[in-house]
Design a protein. Structure first.
Length: 162
């Protein structure tokens, strides 16, 4: 089971990317950022370095999966910064849902803020209410899912190291 931990993380990340892209293609509005939820979970579990690397990988996937990004690498750097930010709030032991929600909200504001600046730079319309709703939805979903992901990761680590 422990040999499958890294491929399982990669599959989870790819599934989250595909879910977000598929829901956006169906014009489901607003869509919680499930990719950011996984990045926040891994950052809160392992710290800023792993959070930044997970965010970088997640951002690259989002850049490469159609429709992709206008500028290759912008989402990778944005999600890496969000992972670093979330990793700074790492604590040992159980992660309370309120803390997860606050960290996820801060990371979502960072990601959505960069997206809004990028849209404004090319004179695209930006709906602040929709951005705020998406940030709150992402934080709410993260408050529910991150403790489950952290618990699963910790059980894998316990099996691996005893």
């Amino acid at each position: 089971m422990t040999r499958l931990a890294a491929p399982a993380r990669a599959v989870a990340l790819l599934a989250a990317v595909l879910a977000v892209v598929a829901l956006a293609a169906r014009h489901v509005v607003p869509v919680p950022d499930l990719v950011l939820v996984l990045v926040v979970a891994w950052a809160l579990l392992r710290g800023p370095l792993v959070g930044g690397l997970a965010g970088l990988a997640a951002g690259w996937l989002l850049d490469l999966v159609p429709p992709g990004s206008g500028l290759l690498g912008v989402q990778a750097l944005t999600y890496a910064a969000a992972g670093l930010l979330a990793g700074r709030f790492r604590v040992e032991g159980p992660v309370p849902a309120v803390r997860v929600g606050a960290v996820a909200l801060a990371a979502a504001v960072l990601v959505e803020g960069v997206g809004a600046v990028q849209a404004l730079a090319v004179s695209a319309p930006v709906d602040p209410a929709l951005l705020g709703l998406r940030c709150l939805l992402t934080a709410t979903v993260a408050a529910g899912l991150v403790p489950l992901v952290v618990r699963a990761e910790r059980s894998v680590l316990r099996r691996r190291f005893g």
